[in-house]
Design a protein around this ligand. Structure first.
Ligand SMILES: [Fe+2]
Ligand SMILES: [Fe+2]
Length: 202
């Protein structure tokens, strides 16, 4: 079994074990019919490889489980639902579906000849932002709780364009919803500690 297939099976197992809400099967079908399981997680920053988006989503879920365990103890499921943790971890980056294209660029080889090398580029067909776009897509299939919507909306933390533009709503979100803080930390940990990256998180 190749890695992309193994990651897809792992994702679906975690999804089906934890997400039971109305609309979950339609959402999973949407993911299967999209490029979710083959897309990269970024153009060049982290997991810029085929299947990177799925692997990153599992990595964030695993990091989020570690963080809620550290925060609430081994019986964390009595404080926060396992379904919420799975939804936040596995689905926070569905905004990246159908966003990456493969282009070719000419690269000069040591012998002076030129070679066409493929690279990932962005072709944003649904320009709805980042976290807010994931919330919009997921809500088309299942009804997110308030804390799930807030956590996914602000999962980029201070990397979010709205925050960089001076919006302070994220402070209220983090103060009111601990899962929002933990999801951002999980995204950071997965991107920088678990995955190969170059210089930024995207
Ligand atoms: Fe993201
Ligand atoms: Fe992410």
């Amino acid at each position: 079994m190749n890695l992309i297939h193994a990651n897809k099976e792992e994702f679906i197992r975690i999804y089906q074990e934890n997400i039971k809400r109305d609309g979950e099967s339609a959402l999973l079908e949407y993911l299967k019919n999209s490029d979710f399981f083959t897309a990269p997680a970024s153009t060049r920053f982290h997991m810029a490889i085929e299947g990177g988006l799925c692997r990153h989503s599992i990595n964030v879920y695993n990091r989020l489980v570690m963080l809620v365990t550290a925060e609430y103890g081994a019986d964390w499921k009595s404080k926060i639902s396992a379904e919420t943790v799975a939804i936040c971890g596995l689905l926070h980056d569905v905004c990246k579906i159908d966003m990456y294209t493969t282009e070719l660029r000419n690269v000069k080889k040591p012998d002076g000849t030129w070679e066409k090398i493929p690279y990932y580029a962005i072709d944003e067909k649904l320009p709805y932002g980042h976290g807010e776009k994931s919330v919009y897509i997921i809500n088309g299939f299942i009804r997110l709780t308030r804390e799930e919507a807030i956590a996914i909306n602000w999962h980029m933390g201070s990397f979010d364009d709205r925050v960089k533009g001076g919006n302070y709503s994220i402070a209220s979100a983090f103060a009111r919803y601990p899962i929002a803080v933990l999801l951002h930390m999980a995204d950071l940990s997965a991107s920088y500690l678990d995955e190969e990256h170059s210089s930024s998180c995207s």
